[in-house]
Design a protein around this ligand. Structure first.
Ligand SMILES: Cc1ncc(COP(=O)(O)O)c(C=O)c1O
Length: 398
């Protein structure tokens, strides 16, 4: 594999703000299907999918043509909520179709973290209460609001003071649910805990949580930003359990590779944002026509190509192929899978060696001994086999 030292890579480290002192700085010049291509002709099979964001891989023709078609018509024309723009309207209508009956109204936003903030505001406004229940091990994003309900002590200490009135429960601890009382506006839960190791709710846990929330008049908010849009074989992971939230938070894979966030609630609840005070949550670019057109094309394509019907079989293929003594556990569901290594150092070694051999894998935010496997949902069986072979070779070598 040839090394890249282009001007772009040098300028990336000089002019573009960095999130760590050790970004890999891979220069991508093209991406198609399940593959990325760099500036010196290397190709990489993508098992990360932009960290669960590229639902149908890269540059899917239906999405590209929807974007082109919309770009020819109009881009941004007005702030969110003023004009009736058909890509946004059609997307909201589609989301109504693929979500449970109690969720009818969608507010389109720009990122997951912004959508989390909006969901917390809506719950406060609806209940008149101020306290929020979140979870140990949770990750919800990086705005002040989203960071307040995330479980990263070092970041909270570095950037506090954050929101007051946040309490936490232990994920999957049924007894802990008693801590939810009628002083709380909402409980915010990831339907699969992402950063902490792709942890699924135990059977009956979401139901017990919902019952407790109902009895206390507390709004139940699901963060489906990562598992949402088919990753676990249903539109949303909570549909495996059949327990509906009051507010659903979306992002990442909803955007088909463009930036997006959204909250979905009942028409009646969502109306609270528009009165007393009006303009309860506003945004310039939410519902952007280009982004909405891409998202809508993605959902329609998933329906046409029956993408979700094949997820369980693809998960089974990964689980059949990835058998290795260095894999300590293999949590997750569908194409939201993680491999537990011995340590963060070993995980980094695997990611680096995989990249050298033409496979992109990534890691988890908090439990950094896990390698994430979150490929495009339309990855082929041959691509899965090829990537798993690279992974197994690397595991043998380290
Ligand atoms: C579960 C979950 N919630 C919220 C977020 C924040 O989304 P964004 O990065 O779009 O702000 C993420 C992003 O990784 C996430 O995985």
């Amino acid at each position: 594999m040839r090394k890249q030292k282009s001007q772009t890579v040098q300028d990336f480290f000089t002019f573009q703000a960095q999130t760590t002192p050790f970004a890999c700085g891979l220069e991508i010049t093209m991406a198609k299907g399940s593959y990325l291509y760099d500036n010196v002709g290397n190709s990489y099979l993508d098992f990360a999918a932009g960290v669960s964001a590229n639902t149908l891989g890269h540059s899917h023709p239906a999405i590209v043509s929807a974007i082109k078609e919309q770009a020819e018509k109009y881009l941004h024309v007005m702030v969110y909520g003023e004009y009736a723009l058909s890509p946004a309207v059609e997307l909201c209508k589609k989301i109504d179709q693929i979500t449970p009956d109690n969720l009818q109204s969608t507010y389109l936003l720009n990122s997951g973290a912004e959508a989390i903030d909006a969901s917390l505001k809506l719950a406060k406004r609806l209940t008149g209460r101020r306290k929020i229940m979140a979870f140990k091990g949770a990750y919800h994003g990086n705005t002040h609001g989203a960071l307040s309900v995330s479980d990263s002590k070092i970041h909270k200490e570095a950037y506090g003071p954050l929101l007051e009135g946040i309490s936490t429960l232990e994920f999957n601890n049924f007894e802990d649910l008693d801590k939810i009382d009628d002083s709380f506006a909402c409980v915010l839960i990831e339907t699969i805990q992402g950063a902490s190791g792709f942890i699924l709710p135990k059977e009956g846990y979401l139901l017990a949580l919902k019952e407790r929330c109902l009895s206390m008049g507390v709004k139940l908010i699901y963060d489906e930003i990562q598992p949402g849009f088919g990753r676990t074989g249903t539109w949303f992971a909570f549909q495996n359990e059949g327990v509906n939230p009051d507010i659903l938070v979306l992002g990442k894979g909803m955007g088909a590779g463009l930036p997006i966030g959204a909250i979905v609630a009942s028409r009646q609840d969502m109306a609270a944002f528009s009165v007393a005070p009006k303009l309860g949550h506003i945004t310039t670019f939410g519902g952007n026509p280009l982004v909405a057109a891409a998202s809508l094309a993605m959902i329609q394509t998933m329906e046409e190509e029956k993408t979700m019907e094949k997820i369980a079989q693809k998960e089974a293929l990964f689980r059949k192929l990835l058998l290795h003594p260095k894999i300590k556990s293999f949590p997750g569901k569908g194409l939201m899978l993680a491999l537990e290594m011995e340590s963060e150092a070993q995980c980094m070694q695997v990611a680096n060696k995989c990249m050298e051999k033409g496979l992109i894998v990534f890691w988890l935010l908090y439990q950094t001994q896990f390698i994430r496997i979150t490929p495009p949902l339309n990855i082929s069986d041959e691509e899965i086999k090829k990537g798993c072979q690279i992974l197994l070779t690397v595991l043998d070598e380290i």
